[in-house]
Write a protein that binds this ligand. Structure first.
Ligand code: DQA
Length: 145
């Protein structure tokens, strides 16, 4: 059976394409999903793609992923910098995690420089625009292959 990857997107990422295009680009979240699906398919991986503005919903999805998917790719949005609950959920899931940020958070405001998620992540991709998601899918293909 094909490995399944779960791609999770946090708050405000439903606004991609119209939200601060100078920072996040003009592609929509639907465009990102299509890129992820194409990359996953090319590597024989199944893929689930979700976005929520509700932290509890995100935590429920992470719990449900445990033992079910091969890995999580997550752009936690602003929860990256605030959420110990998200950190704890990812620890509890016991799955490999790749953290993705569209922008280079390290050349932005200092409050974006700390990530609770990085403590749990195999790796972090930041500043590659929406292409970062496809890079993460490709890396999982290598890890799982
Ligand atoms: C982001 C960076 C975060 O600091 C911000 O809150 C986001 C998006 C990114 O993809 O660059 O919502 O995760």
């Amino acid at each position: 059976m094909a490995h399944t990857l779960l791609v999770l997107n946090g708050p405000n990422l439903n606004m991609l394409g119209t939200r601060e295009p100078g920072v996040y680009g003009k592609e929509t979240l639907a465009d990102v999903e299509a890129q992820c699906r194409a990359t996953a398919e090319a590597h024989g991986l199944a893929l689930e793609f979700q976005q929520t503005n509700h932290e509890g919903q995100m935590i429920d999805w992470i719990h449900q992923a445990r033992g079910r998917v091969a890995g999580i790719i997550i752009n936690p949005g602003a929860w990256t910098h605030t959420s110990i609950a998200l950190h704890d959920a990812l620890v509890a899931a016991e799955l490999p995690v790749l953290e993705v940020h569209i922008s280079n958070v390290h050349r932005r405001e200092s409050f974006r420089h700390h990530s609770y998620v990085s403590l749990v992540a195999v790796g972090v991709i930041a500043g590659f625009g929406t292409h970062g998601y496809s890079l993460a899918v490709t890396h999982f293909a290598k890890l799982l292959g």
